[in-house]
Structures are given as C-alpha cells and as structure tokens.
Write a protein that binds this ligand. Structure first.
Ligand code: NAD
Ligand code: GLY
Length: 354
C-alpha cells in the first residue's frame, strides 16, 4: 500500500492507495473518531460496494443515505436530503460521513460535512478514476445551482482518503477515460516525465494493469497533494489544476450537465487551452500534437461541440470562478510539463481558436 500525506497543518490527512482496501477489514475504521458513521452513496455504487464497506465498519453504528445517480443530483435538494437524514437520526458532531462513490457523491458529501452542525468529520472512498486522482483530494466541496456548476460550496478537507483501485474494475470504460483526462492534465500542467510515462504506458493503462494504475494514481495524488498543501484555497498555484476547465465548464453547461462527462469536457478544454497557447506563440505546435495524440488515444473528444462557437463559450466563461475584476483568466501550457495563468487574452485571440 502506498500512503501519501496532504500537509495542511492541523488539517493534514493521509491518502491510502492499494488494491482490496474496501475488503481489508479494519484499515478504514482505524481512521474514524467517534462511534457513528453515515455512508453517503448512490443507487449505482450501493449494490457494488456498500456491503463491503459496512462489513469493515462492524464496530460502528452505521446508517446510509442513498441518492439517485447523476451530475444533476449534486443539488441543494439532495443536500437537504442528507441534512434531514442526519437530523432525524439525531446524528451529533461525533458522526463521520463517508463518501462512497465518484466525484458527485464526494462533492455533495463533503459539503454536507462542512455544514452539518458547523462541520463534522468526513472520509473519502472514491470509486471512479476521476475522483481517485482529483476530486477526493484537496477539499473542494460543492453542489450545483441551475445557474452554475459548483457555485455553492466550501473548502473543507476530509480526514482521510481511501483509494481502492479494485473499484475501477466495475467502472464503465467511458467513465474511466473521462478520468484519464484529469490524469493527463497533471502531466501537461506540471510533470513532463509523467506525460512521457503516460505516452509509454497507454496499452498497460488500457489493460487495467494494477501496478501501472497504482503508480499512475499515486503520481496524480502526489502532485495534487503538493499543490493543495502550497495553496489550499486557490489564491495562486492551485488555479493551475483548472487547466482545460474554463473551456470545459462552458461545454458542460451549454450541452446540459451529464451529456458530456466532466472529464470529456476537460479533455477538449485542454486541447483548446493548448491551441490558445499556440495562438499566443508560447508553445510549440509539436507539443499541441502530442497533447492531442495522448488525449485521442483514450477516445476522448478533441473538438468542441459543433453548435458551440465564440458566443456560446463566452456566455459561460464570463461566470467562471477564476475570473478576477471582470477579467477572464485562462490556464495555458507553455510546454508539456509547465503551465501559467493568463488574464490578458483578447477576444480576437479567443475568436481565432473557438
Ligand atoms: P460521478 O460521480 O457521476 O461518477 C460517474 C459514474 O460512475 C456515475 O454513474 C457513478 O454512479 C458511477 N460509478 C462510480 N463508481 C463506480 C464504480 N466503481 N463502478 C461502476 N460505476 C461507478 O462522476 P465523476 O466523474 O466521478 O465526478 C464528476 C464530479 O466531480 C463532477 O461533479 C465534478 O464537478 C466533480 N469534481 C470535483 C473536483 C473537486 O476537486 N472537488 C474535481 C474534479 C471534479
Ligand atoms: N480540481 C481542481 C482543484 O481541486 O483545485
């Protein structure tokens, strides 16, 4: 097993990565204070993993909230469902919430933990690749609003993260590939060697080689933990983790949440960010081609939806959370392995690539 640490002073926490974590009896229970646990999951993950997790928590008083599946369920209404469940079950401040599922469950459970009685412990047990390499680490929690994704939320760190790579065996291939988009993101934004390693291991990743998957997830978590430790609340370097997301969020919102998966939209968003960098003359076209080739190798989309042009992108990008003083901010790669934040992009430059 590999154990990494997110260093955040008194809120530091470990990330455990291994096969078989859900079935390895007492490990998760050792990281829970108090005697009560409420597991939050959804109707897809429940039949796959809820009983395994409960079996490893036999010393605790455990109940659960099972939400419907889907991005549209990351809602204030389901936040209220969790609150009502906790209140009607007389859960106190010593209850720990466990998020068992992908990023949707992780984000809403974390937000519920941040708010219930002004903050209770929560543990992340991410079961999608995307949540294992990104959303379960770093404490961004949120629900969506009809007017914007992740617009209501809090920075609130989990007390530990357990990544059981065996859960990837049941993940649909399209969801796996969407997670790979976030994996590739780390290579582009900050680790050239990792990008090369990914290029060299495409077949092993596609074959679900457990050693390769472990190493891949570990490197992503290392990079994310390092960035979050430096800049928990996104005052600076953490914004780099949004590479591809400015364009990506616009695609998700315009198409209707759930039509394009988050990772798919990020994949196209990263290609657009690299095209913007070519337009700015700060990256070589050969790097853009390598980025496109690696993303394309995992059957991820390389071009924006046909019905989206400059106007459609702008309508959504104007509401982006990274914007400061009314200026749009973009993360652009300057080479594979290095990116920077730019707030000087002109409408003309955007028109040229959109
Ligand atoms: P998701 O949670 O919707 O999961 C994808 C699908 O896989 C769902 O249908 C889910 O039920 C199913 N599933 C989950 N685990 C499974 C398994 N092991 N086997 C079979 N099916 C399984 O989506 P996601 O891609 O995990 O997460 C996307 C969400 O994460 C978005 O809401 C996004 O905004 C958020 N996000 C948050 C952060 C953050 O830092 N907090 C970062 C990136 C993304
Ligand atoms: N996924 C972006 C972040 O955690 O900051």
């Amino acid at each position: 097993m590999s154990i990494l640490n997110v260093e955040l002073d008194t809120r530091s926490y470990p990330i455990h990565i291994d096969q078989g974590l859900l079935t390895s009896s007492s490990l998760i229970s050792q990281h829970i204070r108090g005697k009560r646990v409420c597991i939050v999951s959804n109707t897809v993950v429940q039949p796959l993993y809820l009983e395994q997790l409960k079996a490893s928590l036999s010393d605790f008083d455990v109940d659960q909230v099972i939400l419907p599946d889907g991005e549209s369920e990351k809602s204030l209404s389901n936040f209220d469902t969790i609150m009502s469940h906790l209140l009607s079950g007389a859960h106190g401040r010593d209850t720990t919430l466990i998020a068992l599922g992908g990023g949707v469950i992780g984000d809403i459970t974390g937000f519920a933990a941040a708010c219930y009685q002004r903050g209770i412990d929560f543990v992340q047990v991410p079961t999608t690749l995307l949540s294992q390499v990104d959303s379960s680490v770093g404490g961004k929690t949120a629900v969506n609003h009809p007017l914007g994704k992740n617009m209501i939320g809090a920075f609130y760190q989990p007390t530990s993260v357990f990544i059981d790579i065996d859960t990837l065996k049941t993940l649909p291939i399209r969801e796996f590939n969407a997670g790979i988009a976030e994996v590739i993101k780390y290579g582009i934004l900050g680790d050239y060697d990792f990008f090369v390693w990914l290029e060299e291991n495409i077949d092993a990743i596609k074959a679900n080689d457990p050693q390769v998957l472990s190493r891949m997830i570990e490197r992503c978590c290392e990079l994310k933990a390092q960035i979050v430790s430096e800049d928990e609340k996104e005052g600076g370097v953490r914004a780099l983790l949004n590479l591809g997301h400015t364009f990506g969020h616009a695609i998700e919102a315009e198409q209707g949440y759930g039509k394009w998966l988050h990772g798919e939209a990020v994949a196209t968003g990263m290609v657009l960010a690299a095209k913007l960098a070519v337009e700015l003359n700060i990256i070589q076209t050969s790097d853009l081609r390598r980025i496109e080739a690696l993303i394309g190798a995992f059957d991820l989309p390389l071009v924006a939806p046909a019905d989206m042009g400059f106007e459609e992108f702008m309508r959504h990008m104007k509401r982006d959370k990274k914007n400061l003083a009314g200026k749009l901010r973009f993360i652009v790669p300057t080479k594979i392995g290095h990116s920077e934040i730019r707030d000087d992009i002109t409408e003309e430059q955007l028109k040229n690539i959109l």
